[in-house]
Every structure is written in structure tokens, then in C-alpha cells.
Design a protein around this ligand. Structure first.
Ligand SMILES: NC(=O)c1ccc[n+]([C@@H]2O[C@H](COP(=O)([O-])OP(=O)(O)OC[C@H]3O[C@@H](n4cnc5c(N)ncnc54)[C@H](OP(=O)(O)O)[C@@H]3O)[C@@H](O)[C@H]2O)c1
Length: 263
């Protein structure tokens, strides 16, 4: 089914890929892998220097787009740029997201709204923007999380946002089936990326470096594998969902969490 070239399976030869939030973490690892797999890849992010660094790491043919996922106008411009540059889109990885705690006792309305707008609304409107340029037989991958079906204290908004994204994978699958566009979700566990260091992400905001390391060590103990995941391990699942290797998968969720949510 696949061509093997230069040590890499060219699973996405002649395909075009767009990844939101692709300048760091899981998005960046996915961009690297799908580029190696033969795709023409575009990534988005808010931070131009981070986008430039990603291009330096991956190659001059990486298309980088400065996009604010919270702006529907910015998302429509993103789709127009992709159409101009690629002609159409085969793979869309809706990956951009934020993570921070929202304890019931002291969370502001603004913090709640920002999390939901970034993790839920922007996924809806980014897919709305790119759907017209997606080719028949295309693949959409939505980034949910292990939190989508467990109760973790202080993470009400984050968990609910990822449960909504999990639900989107089912609804959009049904909605786009007539165009033969498959929609599936990838569900990472605790993955070692910059998001873990975001303000208010851990239960101990304002922590020192030592406290953060303690938090990571105690989190790792709860994972059956005994360690956090690497972004490349999630990227491998994203590549599989993007490619024809997952041809018979629709509306599903691929869990990549070292056993965290399953054991
Ligand atoms: N790491 C984990 O443990 C874990 C677990 C489960 C799910 N996930 C999910 O995986 C996805 C990627 O996260 P990551 O772990 O790879 O962390 P990350 O490196 O912080 O990536 C998040 C990306 O989202 C982008 N982003 C956030 N808000 C944005 C906005 N308003 N407009 C445009 N881009 C925006 C960021 O881009 P800029 O900052 O460059 O703008 C960043 O590149 C997220 O949806 C996250 O919820 C992560």
C-alpha cells in the first residue's frame, strides 16, 4: 500500500496537510512526521518566531501561517491561503488548544470562556473554514484528551471542552460522510509538551521548578507506563489516522496515553 523511500514510509505522498497549533508540542511533532511521510504541510500559530523556528527545523517548503484560532476572520483567511498555496486540502489536524485548571471555587467567567472558545468554538469554526476546500477522501483528526471521560478535580472546563471535541468527531463524521471525508479523534494522555508548563495548568499555580518536577514525577506514577508520553508517540497515531491505513475508521477515538484512562 505504501512506498518505502529514504527510510521512511511515504504514507502521505502527494497529500496536503494543515495543522493548527503546529509550531510546538504534538502539532510540531506531527508536522515533522507527516512532512517525512511525503506530504506538503502547513502549520498555524500565533507566534511568528516560533513558526520560523519550526520552518528551520522541518524545511523551507513548510508553509507557516500566523492565525489566531479565536478569530473566525483569521480562520477564513487561513483557508484562503491554503487554497492559494495547495489548491485543496487532504488532511486537517485540529490541534490548537489550551489547558489550565478551572476550580469551581475561584474560576472567572473570562477564564472559562477563553478555554471553551479556544478548545471548542475554534475547532468548530476552523473545520467550517476548511471544509469547502477539503478533497473527497480526506481525513480530519481532532485532538481530544484522556480527560474527556474521567473526573479530575479542578479540570471541569478542560475536561468538558475535550468531551465536546470527542462528540464533534461523531457528528462531523455523519455530516461529512456524503463527501467521503473521515473524521476521527486522537486522545493523548499526559504528554511532555510546553502546555504542561502553562500558567495554571498544574494544581499548583505559581510553583517553583522543583515543585513542577515533583508534580510531573507524581503524575508519572499514576500512568501504567510509569512515564509521560512523547509528542512523537501521539504524532504516530495522527499519521495513521491521516493516512489510508485507517481507511475503515470513522468517528472513532485513538487513545495514546500509556494506559492512563484505560487501566
Ligand atoms: N500535552 C498533553 O498532555 C495533552 C494531553 C491531551 C491533549 N492535549 C492537546 O494537544 C493539543 C496540543 O497541545 P500540546 O500538548 O502540543 O501543547 P502546546 O505545545 O502548547 O501546543 C498548543 C498549540 O496551540 C496553539 N494555540 C493555542 N491557542 C491558540 C490560539 N488562540 N490561536 C492559535 N493557536 C493557538 C499554540 O500556538 P501558539 O502559542 O504558537 O500560538 C500551540 O502551538 C491541545 O489541543 C491539547 O489540549 C495535550
Amino acid at each position: 500500500m505504501f512506498n518505502y523511500k529514504d527510510g521512511v514510509y511515504r504514507m502521505l505522498e502527494n497529500k496536503t496537510v494543515l495543522i493548527t497549533g503546529g509550531a510546538s508540542g504534538i502539532g510540531l511533532a506531527s508536522a515533522k512526521l507527516m512532512h517525512e511521510a511525503g506530504a506538503r504541510v502547513a502549520i498555524t500559530g500565533r507566534d511568528q518566531p516560533k513558526l520560523d523556528k519550526a520552518r528551520a527545523a522541518i524545511g523551507d517548503d513548510l508553509l507557516t501561517l500566523q492565525v489566531d484560532a479565536l478569530s473566525t476572520e483569521s480562520l477564513r483567511n487561513m483557508a484562503a491561503r491554503i487554497k492559494d498555496s495547495f489548491g485543496g486540502l487532504d488532511v486537517f489536524f485540529a490541534n490548537a488548544g489550551v489547558a489550565y485548571t478551572t476550580p469551581l471555587s475561584n474560576t472567572t467567567e473570562e477564564a472559562f470562556d477563553t478555554l471553551m472558545a479556544t478548545n471548542v468554538k475554534s475547532v468548530f469554526f476552523s473545520l467550517q473554514a476548511v471544509e469547502p476546500i477539503m478533497r473527497e477522501g480526506g481525513s480530519v483528526i481532532l485532538n481530544t484528551a484522556w480527560l474527556n471521560q474521567v473526573g479530575a478535580p479542578g479540570r471541569a472546563a478542560l475536561s468538558a471542552s475535550k468531551a465536546a471535541v470527542r462528540s464533534f468527531a461523531r457528528t462531523f463524521s455523519a455530516e461529512l460522510q456524503s463527501r467521503r471525508i473521515r473524521v476521527n479523534a486522537v486522545s493523548p494522555g499526559l504528554i511532555d509538551t510546553p502546555i504542561l508548563r502553562g500558567v495554571g495548568q498544574s494544581e499548583f499555580p505559581g510553583q517553583t521548578e522543583a515543585e513542577f518536577k515533583d508534580y510531573l514525577a507524581s503524575a508519572a506514577k499514576q500512568i501504567p507506563f510509569g512515564r509521560l508520553g512523547h509528542p512523537e508517540e501521539v504524532a504516530a497515531a495522527v499519521l495513521f489516522l491521516a493516512s489510508d491505513a485507517s481507511n475503515y475508521m470513522l468517528g472513532s477515538e485513538l487513545v495514546v496515553d500509556g494506559g492512563l484512562s484505560e487501566l
